[in-house]
Design a protein around this ligand. Structure first.
Ligand SMILES: Nc1nc2c(c(=O)[nH]1)N[C@H]1C(S)=C(S)[C@@H](COP(=O)(O)OP(=O)(O)OC[C@H]3O[C@@H](n4cnc5c(=O)[nH]c(N)nc54)[C@H](O)[C@@H]3O)O[C@H]1N2
Ligand SMILES: Nc1nc2c(c(=O)[nH]1)N[C@H]1C(S)=C(S)[C@@H](COP(=O)(O)OP(=O)(O)OC[C@H]3O[C@@H](n4cnc5c(=O)[nH]c(N)nc54)[C@H](O)[C@@H]3O)O[C@H]1N2
Ligand SMILES: [Mo]
Length: 765
């Protein structure tokens, strides 16, 4: 059980000023972010938010805040916020004909339709959709299961291309949950703790933590470590801020990451840069790996990736310095070669001897995140009217989550449906039919789905759809029959943590620090209320109030012995985890030293991948629509599009209503190299039509040398709240996901083409 450490010198959680203002400390977990817990000092007068500042007593964010939190007031009191539950007749989907109703009517209507669906079509016709992060991401799977009693929990991110492929590579080759760059996040005195060592190099691969703070690696920690001497090697097709400060920037052609990974291994082994003792004692399959990469020379990779061969050699040499660390980002997932890239890069750091040492790659404790790595089997269904028993008895409910028969590997990492298969189900009504959908924290036609218009058409066939959101989104306009107003994190009790507590870090309290706006409720409250109505006699611990529920959650996630109220008193508690857990028997259920794999070693040759029917060793897959694979397509669409590089001013499709953020970044942008722009007579600020074989979108040109001539980088998640709601706020004019092909994914069902699509561009007419 990790012990939480509190900063006893921190300010109290409420400080009263003379003018009646109170400064209330709390932690942030979206809107507009993952559930990471940046520290906020919220100035409140008469229950109203006056302003937000960074909390310097927060041990991790240390007073720093991004522009999305700093503009919280604009978000919370925005005139477009949904204030009340609403209904709309099914035949009016798409029309702005919502009518205010009471919470009772809204919840009763949801339950009525839910029960009708279960009676007529069975539990598998009930589907629960949720987006990433915010607080909801944590409760999605559990709520689908415990409240709605279904395993059809949907996160329709093509090829499950967000963190799950990286986690699969980690679990199936190293037996570890998320492996993160060691940034001293659990130590109260952070980088000054004598146990911590500053990494010599950090390899940042397809990640931009300054903007994204992904899942627990805060961007500012990279800068803090750079100030202490850490150097960077950046693998990115764009020259971002980090790349300009890197010792080496390997400006890779999008989608070719696998080739670069193979060449780094080739040099590390060929030039004998690896840690023989570690390889001997703790790894499995080294000789096979060496054989596999022996022909993957830097010269070979250079032709594929566009990266200079000498730079590849140099990178492999520098990264062998001890300790060095790895930060892999979303670009690793958004590539059908994803498992191999993850496996190969982790193998590289393993053979260098950087695993689980101070300043190296911190291995995660076995996963406890609800829905992850639970094995699902087909068992008998819950008897009618019986309360679902929850995740512990997951296999008892309904059948398999949809898509696991087609992609069985998914059962070994995640209890969701297979994302891409959901579209097939919506279009073909096979093998199951969805008749009831509950959607929360997710704007399915703006951002996450590939081929969003097809998703919209498919979802329109679903008999009943309820959506909980903060704003009236394109999805609400297109699809909702019932709309529920969601509370922001300043208006509710909640909790946050990094990397689902599998890494060292923190539990932060989200405190209800301002008066609620309208009749908004938190998602957790809505779920508890639905549960209460469905199962009035339930005796399950924790379901009586959000505070009790959070207490139980924290215990369940990482066995933390603290109540919500105690955490809220302190606002944030940190916890440490040990280094070299594999030597101490901390990674395996049997308590023996070693790694949590079949061989007890890091599997450079993965028995798990082999048993799942994939190649046990890393390999390179040429992108399916590259000039090499499809010269016919390349002739028409010679440019490669990468998309979704994060912006400070938005979180996915959020924040587009916020005038001060739109002032900084007013429209969806496409980064174009000056030479390419000149060829097409495209000037700065002009509207550009980007086309692929699968669709098109319009974005504003930003002409910049940060991308090479044959690459463009497009924003994702755009819609224009100022436009006509009945034209769905122009979402289909600007959504780049229309350009991406459906279900072009890796052999085991992971990775998609978000960051590697063949396109052409022209001035928009
Ligand atoms: N502000 C903000 N923060 C966010 C989000 C947001 O929308 N806005 N979203 C959150 C979510 S859900 C996630 S998953 C994380 C993701 O956060 P990150 O993992 O940091 O991912 P991205 O910002 O998508 O991309 C990182 C880098 O990959 C580069 N890249 C593009 N294509 C390729 C390629 O083919 N190969 C390589 N090697 N690099 C490539 C891009 O140029 C970019 O600099 O961010 C989270 N944080
Ligand atoms: N082209 C391209 N597409 C991408 C990506 C990319 O890199 N390129 N990245 C992908 C990735 S990694 C991800 S994770 C997905 C993200 O996709 P999603 O997580 O689905 O993001 P959004 O579409 O912004 O939908 C989130 C909705 O939740 C609402 N919301 C915010 N806070 C709350 C809350 O507390 N409660 C409720 N009920 N609602 C809330 C917001 O208003 C918003 O409408 O996008 C993916 N899409
Ligand atoms: Mo994501």
């Amino acid at each position: 059980m990790p012990k939480l450490h509190f900063n006893e010198n921190a300010a109290p959680n409420v400080v009263k000023l003379d003018d009646g203002t109170e400064i209330r400390r709390t932690c942030a977990a979206g809107f507009g972010c993952h559930n990471l817990s940046c520290g906020l000092k919220v100035h409140v007068k008469d229950g109203k938010l006056i302003k937000v500042e960074g909390d310097e007593d927060h041990p991790i964010s240390q007073g720093r805040l991004c522009v999305r939190c700093l503009t919280a007031k604009d978000y919370v009191y925005h005139e477009d916020r949904i204030l009340y539950p609403m209904k709309r007749a099914r035949e009016d989907r798409g029309l702005d004909k919502f009518e205010r109703i009471s919470w009772d009517e809204a919840l009763d209507t949801i339950i009525e339709n839910y029960q009708k669906t279960v009676d007529e079509y069975g539990i598998d016709a009930v589907t629960v959709w949720c987006g990433t992060g915010r607080e909801c991401g944590q409760i999605h799977f559990q709520m689908a299961n415990d409240v709605f009693g279904t395993v059809q929990a949907v996160h329709p991110n093509g090829g499950w291309s967000c963190i799950v492929p990286r986690m699969a590579a980690m679990l199936w080759t190293m037996g570890s949950s998320y492996i993160e760059a060691d940034n001293a996040i659990g130590f109260p005195d952070r980088y000054d703790d004598p146990r911590w060592e500053c990494p010599k190099y950090m390899l940042i691969w397809g990640r931009d933590p300054l903007r994204s703070n992904p899942d627990g690696l805060f961007g500012h920690s990279i800068v803090d470590m750079m100030k202490r001497g850490m150097k960077l090697i950046v693998v990115d097709p764009r020259v971002n801020w980090l790349a300009t400060r890197a010792d080496l920037h390997l400006q890779i052609h999008p989608g070719t990451d696998g080739a670069l990974m193979m060449a780094l291994l080739n040099v590390a082994i060929g030039e004998d840069l690896y840690d023989h003792e570690f390889v001997e004692e703790w790894t499995y399959g080294f000789d096979e790996l060496a054989e596999r990469v022996k022909d993957c020379t830097p010269e070979w990779a250079s032709k594929i990736t566009g990266v200079d061969a000498e730079d590849i050699r140099q990178a492999a040499r520098l990264l062998s310095e001890k300790p060095s660390t790895l930060s892999m980002g979303l670009a690793v997932d958004q590539n059908p070669n994803t498992l191999q890239i993850g496996h190969g890069l982790l193998s590289l750091f393993a053979i260098y001897g950087h695993m689980d040492v101070p300043g190296g790659c911190f291995m995660g404790l076995p996963p406890t995140f609800a829905g992850m790595a639970e094995n699902v089997s087909m068992e008998d269904s819950t008897a009618e009217g019986e309360e679902p028993e929850g995740l512990a008895k997951f296999g008892k409910i309904g059948c398999n989550p949809a898509g696991h028969e087609k992609y069985p590997a998914l059962s070994h990492i995640c209890n969701s449906t297979h994302p891409d298969v959901n579209l097939d189900i919506l279009e073909t009504k096979s093998p199951v039919e969805f008749h009831f959908a509950y959607i929360f924290n997710h704007n399915p036609i703006s951002c996450m789905t590939i081929q969003p218009e097809r998703y919209m058409e498919g979802l329109r066939k679903v008999d009943f759809i309820a959506i909980a959101d903060v704003f009236k989104t394109p999805a609400i306009m297109a699809l909702a029959d019932i709309v529920l107003p969601a509370a922001t994190f300043l208006e509710k009790a909640g909790y946050c943590t990094n990397n689902n507590a599998s890494q060292p870090g923190q539990f932060g309290a989200i405190r209800n620090v301002i008066d609620r706006v309208g009749e908004a409720k938190s998602d957790m409250e809505i779920m508890l209320e639905l549960h209460r109505r469905l199962y009035p006699n339930s005796k399950k611990p924790g379901w009586a109030s959000p505070e009790d529920f959070i207490t139980e959650q924290m215990k369940g996630i990482r066995d933390v012995d603290i109540t919500y109220d105690e955490l809220a008193e302190h606002v944030i508690g940190q916890y440490e985890l040990e280094y070299k857990k594999y030597e101490k028997g901390m990674l395996r259920a049997d308590g023996q030293p070693g790694f949590n794999t079949t061989t007890g070693r890091i599997e450079l040759y993965s028995l798990m991948l082999e048993s799942l029917g994939d190649d046990p060793l890393p390999y390179y897959i040429e992108p399916k629509f590259s000039a090499v694979s499809r010269p016919d397509i390349a002739e028409q669409y010679p440019i490669t599009m990468t998309s979704g590089a994060r912006r400070f001013t938005s979180f996915h499709s959020e924040n587009r209503q916020i005038a001060r953020l739109r002032e900084i970044h007013p429209y969806p942008t496409v980064d174009i190299n000056p030479k390419l722009a000149a060829e097409q007579d495209i000037t700065e600020g002009s509207w550009v039509e980007v086309e692929s074989p699968w669709g098109s979108a319009q974005l504003v040109a930003h002409i910049t040398p940060i991308v090479k001539e044959d690459v463009i980088s497009c924003d994702h998640g755009w819609w224009l709240p100022e436009k006509d709601p009945e034209h769905l706020f122009d979402v289909f004019k600007h959504n780049v996901n229309q350009l991406i092909p459906h279900e072009e994914i890796g052999p085991l069902g992971f990775g998609a083409h978000y960051k590697c699509t063949p396109v052409r561009i022209k001035l928009a007419s």
